[in-house]
Design a protein around this ligand. Sequence first.
Ligand SMILES: [Zn+2]
Length: 302
Amino acid sequence: MNRLLCLSFFFVACASPAIVVPAASAVARTERQAREVELCVLMQETELRPLSMGVAESTSAKWKYAIASIAVKHPAGLLIIDPAFGESIADDLHRAGPFVMAVMGTEHTKTPVAQVMEQAGLHPADVRFAVITHAHWDHTGGLGDLPNARVLIARAELEWTQPFTRFFEGGVMPHHLKRAKERIFTYDFKGPAIDGFDGSFDVFGDGAVVAVPMPGHTPGSTGFLVRGKGGVTWLFSGDTTWTFRGVEIPAHKMIRAFDSDLPALSASIGRLHSFLVNRPDVKVVPAHDGDALAALPRCDAR
Ligand SMILES: [Zn+2]
């Protein structure tokens, strides 16, 4: 089936829920001390698509769609954000069924995160920590391939996945989480609010990698602030929007079938937009925006 035609089944004809943009006074800049760390991108798939598939905007512009993981080299050990595709990618796609394959394509355009790591001289067994922006299958496939990684997941996100029993349910492939079951630890956002986000969780306790809540796409969706070398801060905002354009306008996705709570998502997109306006020094990177990801060094560019 034609993939564009197939995706059109997901279009939601109703108007987008209004996006609530907080007042500037509510999103004062949060200055914070943070350790600087090296980070790089592990690109696993890219494809040129119409931007209008990624954001609710009538445009003829192109979207460099991407699926990727981020490697963070912290003194406590290597951390991977969103280990996307696992070695099981072919099996994952085929077992999920023809509809998923019609939307996502085949395994032939996808490289598992472990393989991209090896190409970059990074070894999956050396990964000590893994975090996810959310539990959807295209952000968790490699968890089982990082055998020595502690997996840190927002409590609300893990709890949301707990009733799932089917192979593919709510955008989640529960076996991805089961494969890492003994290594999963949950956290809450009990740290201070940062730049308009309601709370925080400092992964290493030194400000290098700080999780902030972005509920809506899924209940426990999470953004990660990472302080790079030279004082550059990055915000990995997951699938709150698929594209940087969605943050910039601000606007919802064109396809909203996998957004679990639209009012909560509207508020998160609003906060993200305010963050972009208030923190022009921070680079906001939505998970599927290939151009935004391209601002990072590639781990395999040696
Ligand atoms: Zn995704």
